[in-house]
Design a protein around this ligand. Structure first.
Ligand SMILES: Nc1ncnc2c1ncn2[C@@H]1O[C@H](COP(=O)(O)OP(=O)(O)OP(=O)(O)O)[C@@H](O)[C@H]1O
Length: 255
């Protein structure tokens, strides 16, 4: 469970990232965050693993405060959170399996991981993770030889090898074509269902949000202006979130 308790974030230059957010995300939900550029989606997502510090309020994961966690507590909290980025964040010159194994670094000493000494169980876990996203056969290929969609699957496998309880995905499909976009969204949805991993995804395509989310949260100027099911997220609701009618380029389109 992820709880936001009166969370606000004001950047040093005075920009408002988040305003008084109160939210509870239950285990196993697939939450999609939507909103215009600058609405606060990335700020919200990145505050969950404290990539961004908040200005006031508290964020708790399973009752443990992320906001107040010290160095070693924060490392343990972060070990349970997998992060997926628009740009994949892979080590391009390393193989796929080396990238997936990097999800295990939080479980071992720095020296051991620097030398690449991972136990056999970690290798098995990584291969199983690759199997789950259907690219097991690419394990020994260099990451930069894969397509964008395959690279994003490697980053999902890395989060699985990490045995993350929570996956945070910041615009995970923004660099992908429509077909690959759906494949990656299907992977995220399947993993969410099969492994009951709480998943929070920032997206700007509203039809994808409706199709894959179990819950949609709309942000506008740092505030929650919508919180409901995909069925409740009508065109009118989106117009309210965006402060204007939905535009054509905010739909991925039907394939
Ligand atoms: N590092 C920063 N320094 C100052 N202001 C920032 C910083 N990062 C974000 N902001 C401001 O905080 C607000 C929310 O930004 P955020 O990036 O969270 O929005 P977003 O909804 O993720 O937008 P996008 O879809 O463009 O990524 C914006 O007004 C933005 O200008």
């Amino acid at each position: 469970m992820i709880e936001f308790d009166n969370v606000s974030k004001i950047y040093p230059n005075g920009s408002i990232g988040l305003r008084n957010i109160n939210l509870t995300i239950q285990k196993g939900e697939l939450v999609v965050i939507v909103g215009l550029s600058g609405a606060g989606k990335s700020t919200l997502l990145r505050s969950i693993n404290r990539m961004n510090d908040i200005t006031s309020g508290d964020i708790r994961i399973n009752g443990n405060s992320v906001t107040q966690a010290s160095g070693s507590e924060l490392r343990l909290i972060r070990r349970d959170i997998g992060m997926i980025f628009q740009s994949f964040n892979l080590i391009k010159r390393a193989t796929v399996i080396q990238n997936v194994l990097s999800g295990r670094v939080g479980y071992h000493s720095t020296l051991r991981t620097m030398l690449g000494w991972f136990p056999k169980e970690d290798i098995d876990l990584s291969l199983t993770a690759l199997q789950r996203v259907n690219i097991r056969e690419k394990a020994y290929t260099r990451a930069d030889q894969l397509s964008g969609g395959q690279q994003q699957r490697v980053s999902i496998a890395r989060a699985l090898a990490q045995e993350a309880q929570v996956i945070l995905a910041d615009e995970p499909v923004a660099s992908l074509d429509p077909l690959t976009t759906r494949q990656v969204m299907e992977d995220l949805k399947r993993i969410n269902r099969e492994l009951n991993i709480t998943t929070v995804i920032n997206l700007h395509f509203i039809d994808l949000a409706r199709e894959y989310a179990t819950r949609i949260i709309g942000l506008r100027a740092g505030e929650v202006v919508f919180d409901g099911t995909p069925e409740e997220a009508t065109d009118e609701a989106f117009a309210e979130i965006y402060g204007r009618a939905v535009k054509h380029d905010e739909l991925l389109g039907v394939l």
